[in-house]
Design a protein around this ligand. Structure first.
Ligand code: NAP
Length: 352
């Protein structure tokens, strides 16, 4: 018999964390009853069982209580928080969706089950495509698209370009390095542990990489790895690394600014300054911040290219899966250490 009421665990924000990594003092798990009976679901809504949730650095910036930097709206206190996810339709009051459809939504509640308007669903996933579901949150999702915009659109990667990618073993970095290699660049990465240095070289094909936690002088490090200067820097971390890069850029270098994760846990007056911005003028560098949401008109081009690479085995990916929604706060905190590699997702419910 069909289940009509479920107890659904969900994460909500109990308090803002202006600084530091949010903990369970700020993020709280509660259990709420949710009616799934067709009578209780409004027209043009669907009931969804969450399968996978993407754990992304930008979520932290929605928990500070201050809109700055990435300028995403703050989560409301005591409201369930949202994240990119994959779910399975359980009940539908929209003829476009049927029970069993696998659907994507950029703003699913971080919950085990939900009832949402069908208009928020991005699309259905074709189960015949043979692509593992977490990959839609990784290479084929926001991190993969961010890497593609950074390297191919704004970075204008070309054969022979010297490309540098920070947070090289993360969701964005692992794809960015491989895309730059496919475009014929010489690619160097920075990451936070020796194991991740090995991973990016052996699994993701980086020409070389270094562990920034072991380097005392980034300027000297970049002199060693870039004797001919840097043409493309995909900026993921900010702070001292950006400052060092600006001493090594070639004329007309491109710096697509994807993010600055090293600064997300500080209020802006405490963030690191960059003293040599003047180099941007003298070297006529194009440094440009971007948000993937502004490139949605290119998403179809990206998808065709990335699906092709995945099917041909030209891009490989690593996904760190936390099992169970109870691990959300811990998995979010892990993004601000070097403990994880690849794309971080939560398996909320097992796909059938
Ligand atoms: P991710 O997979 O969650 O990886 C985060 C990694 O950042 C961590 O594993 C850690 O790896 C590194 N990190 C954490 N704290 C650091 C610090 N203080 N200094 C240096 N590295 C640090 O992240 P992602 O999804 O790849 O995202 C990478 C960047 O892209 C973030 O800044 C994110 O906000 C941004 N992003 C932007 C867009 C956009 O539309 N603009 C879209 C997606 C992501 P290590 O071991 O290397 O330290």
């Amino acid at each position: 018999m069909a289940v009509n009421v479920v107890e659904s665990k969900e994460w909500y924000l109990a308090g803002y964390a202006a600084e530091g990594v949010p903990t369970t003092d700020h993020l709280t798990l509660r259990s709420v009853p949710l009616s799934l009976s067709l009578d209780s679901i409004p027209d043009a809504y669907v009931a969804v069982q969450l399968l996978f949730i993407s754990v992304d650095p930008y979520l932290r910036t929605r928990m500070s209580g201050q809109e700055d930097g990435l300028y995403f709206p703050q989560f409301s206190l005591n409201q369930v928080i949202t994240a990119f996810g994959v779910g399975r339709v359980m009940r539908s009051k929209d003829e476009k969706y049927s029970e069993g459809d696998i659907v994507l939504n950029a703003f699913f509640p971080v919950a085990e089950y939900c009832v949402v308007p069908s208009s928020v669903l991005i699309r259905k996933i074709d189960p015949e495509a043979g692509i593992p579901l977490p990959e839609y949150l990784s290479c084929l999702g926001v991190p993969g698209f961010a890497a593609w915009v950074g390297i191919e659109v704004l970075g204008e990667a070309k054969p022979g370009s010297n490309a540098f990618i920070s947070a090289a073993a993360g969701g964005v970095g692992m794809v960015a390095g491989q895309l730059a290699k496919l475009k014929g660049c010489r690619v160097i990465g920075s990451t936070g542990s020796d194991a991740k240095v090995r991973l990016v070289k052996e699994e993701f094909g980086y020409d070389d990489a270094f562990n920034y936690n072991k380097e005392v002088d980034f300027d000297a490090t970049l002199s060693k790895y870039f004797p001919n200067g840097i043409d493309i820097y995909l900026e993921n971390v900010g702070g001292k690394m950006l400052e060092a890069v600006l001493n090594h850029v070639n004329p007309h270098a491109r710096i697509p600014v994807c993010g600055m994760i090293s600064q997300y846990n500080q209020i802006w007056t405490e963030r690191e300054g960059v003293r040599n911005l003047l180099n941007i003028v003298g070297k006529e560098v194009r440094m440009e911040g971007f948000l993937v949401g502004s490139y949605l008109d290119r998403f179809a081009d990206f998808t065709v290219e990335m699906e092709g690479y995945l099917k041909q085995g030209k891009i490989s990916s690593k996904i760190k899966i936390y099992e169970g929604i109870q691990n959300f706060a811990e998995s979010l905190g892990s993004l601000f250490s070097s403990s994880n590699f690849g794309k971080v997702v939560i398996e909320v419910n097992k796909p059938r």
